[in-house]
Design a protein around this ligand. Sequence first.
Ligand code: ADP
Length: 361
Amino acid sequence: MSTERIVSAAAVDPDEDRRNVALRPETMDRYIGQRALVEKLRVALRAAADRGEAMDHLLLHGPPGLGKTTLAHLVAAELDANLVVTSGPALTKPAELAGLLTKLRERDVLFVDEIHRMPVALEEYLYSAMEDFRIDVRVDSGMHARTVTLRLHPFTLVGATTRAGLLSGPMRSRFGLQGHLEFYPPEELLLILRYSAFRLGLRGASDSGSKASGELDGALLRLAERSRGTPRIANRLLRRLRDFAQVRHAGVVSAQACDDALALEGVDALGLDSLDRRYLKCLAEVYRGGPAGLEAIAASIAEDAGTLEQAVEPYLLQAGLLARTRRGRQLTKRAADHLGVDVDPPGGEDGDASADALFEG
Ligand code: ADP
């Protein structure tokens, strides 16, 4: 379900990220936002370069679509090293991992996406690889079983995860550098969109990063505000807008074209789609604003609770439209205003302190 949504933060199909390669910043200077993390990386890269060593292993965590893979590419580019890309679920056997690790050259970067989904049995192989740059592989079995130690070139592992909590303690502690990626404010998404508009050759776009023509810039700002803090969504909406403007607005990308294109996609002024609105409306109308349990809401709108928790709630929480209290999910005043509904204010018999705080804030 979530994979079909235009506002899904994960890639909607395997080709999407391939098409996005052209939009990816090529240097650290072009990477927008995440300033504290980028600064930390600059120091680590500089220190590694000065010592002529591989950079510390790096764990990046945060919601999908915020630029973890992009950062891994940039780290490798700054190190002037190769990047080898794999993912937790793709690694199933020790031999596959050993194959990847032994092919790495000095100071190369191994990027493991969704590292929390790597089989536990492989973790201990990775530990010795990360700590001592060696890997002990068992060969043969039974009486002839023996362990062969393979020496590796010093390398940097960059692990990415959307679920840092699912990573084992020992695994996490082996990353010398860790960084959390935050949602982007609209001003930063606007900068990303200006760059993308330029790369996609939109009429009115000027060279990367600088302001586009008034008409285009108005449209880009509107997109930025509806992209749920996520560059991947911003770039996807921009492509849809480009198509729409070409077919319906004679190629002119204006605020009006943007509104029309998003209306057609069912995306509203806050970047919510019909599933988000169904969730909020259910909470408002069926549960009078809550608190209500996730399972109850899921049953009322005939959706899977896991999908709602992973693909719907994070943005609603982030946007201050939903509060999670001890007693369940609670609609906020902002959400009630957005839906144009009146709900019982929490804090009476049904409310609790944390919901009150959110309502007043
Ligand atoms: P993740 O690995 O966190 O899911 P990606 O690195 O694949 O996210 O980023 C998704 C898309 O968003 C990429 O195509 C990239 O071009 C764009 N993007 C992400 N972060 C930035 C950024 N800080 N500046 C410019 N573009 C970005």
